[in-house]
Design a protein around this ligand. Sequence first.
Ligand code: ATP
Length: 350
Amino acid sequence: MAEIQLRNVGKRWGSFVGVDNFDLTIADKEFLVLLGPSGCGKTTTMRMIAGLEDVTEGEILIGGKVVNELEPKDRDVSMVFQSYALYPNMNVYENIRFPLRVRGIDQSTHDEKVRRASAMVELDDFLHRKPAELSGGQRQRVALARAIVREPNVFLMDEPLSNLDAKLRVSTRAQIKNLSHELAVTTIYVTHDQIEAMTLADRVVVMKGGVVQQVGSPTDIYDKPANAFVASFIGSPAMNLMDGAMSGGTFTAPNVKITGLNAPDGPLTLGYRAEDASLASDGNGQINAPIYTLELLGDATMISVRVGDALVSVKADKTYRAEIGDMVSISVPNEICHLFNANDGARIGE
Ligand SMILES: Nc1ncnc2c1ncn2[C@@H]1O[C@H](COP(=O)(O)OP(=O)(O)OP(=O)(O)O)[C@@H](O)[C@H]1O
């Protein structure tokens, strides 16, 4: 049983707040992803759970026990870092076995444990090689096997895929997802890549400036971003956001007029997702503007237009063709609109 509780956890260095009032219970066997831009406090949060960083305030509990004062080695957590930190003079077998040796685990069990872990990450054929003789993806799999072999109660993974090229990242991501399903161990995974977060997580925590912005399932966060920051961070492309003004239920911005909305008069940020909008026949849509750019994505054609300072887009059929400068009309029905307070970005309404 490895439920993790963070009770109002904070980290300060002098007056600088790295993590503020982090309060969350992570269920046993949950896969939780901490997501946010560089410097938002993800790594610091994870290092506090691992015991590599003291907490300034609050309590951390693992399996119901306060661990604030426990050394990292006594917390029963296994970490996988962005840099693989393998021992260059040991072969793959010895690298994977290392945690068993330092923990004084019964020698007679080592071989079976190492072979089971290496099979899980498909390294059986590489056990005799030194790290220098492996690709980046294979090295990261050694690091994963080394974390698995200890059979910990908690996995902590800090951007484990970020040193891999795009293709390897996708296949290793799939492998991590499959492993987490098979091992069913509570996992906290740090990334700044929203696709990784969406594909791996049971729940995602979006952070900014040391402060949690939203906690929810990938679907919750995608469908109902709690504020404009989360909306702009999740999705590929991110949500289109337009600054404009509401008056009597009508939103206006340069080239935009949307009627029948429910928000108070005054400045407003309105968002919609490119795939929810569609092209309308001439002048019948809510956005009418010349094409700024047109991108062929293979499965779709993405068309972007300018709205004030912002570029907003619509996903059209893959066969759609037009020229830059041609007028387009984009249909943005009320039900796809997300409304945000123009000052603090908070979501308005459902
Ligand atoms: N030892 C330290 N002393 C002072 N400030 C620190 C220290 N360690 C981290 N910080 C600051 O705390 C903030 C959060 O850092 P953290 O490493 O947790 O961010 P992150 O979200 O993991 O970013 P990245 O994706 O770049 O790793 C940053 O502004 C960082 O500069």
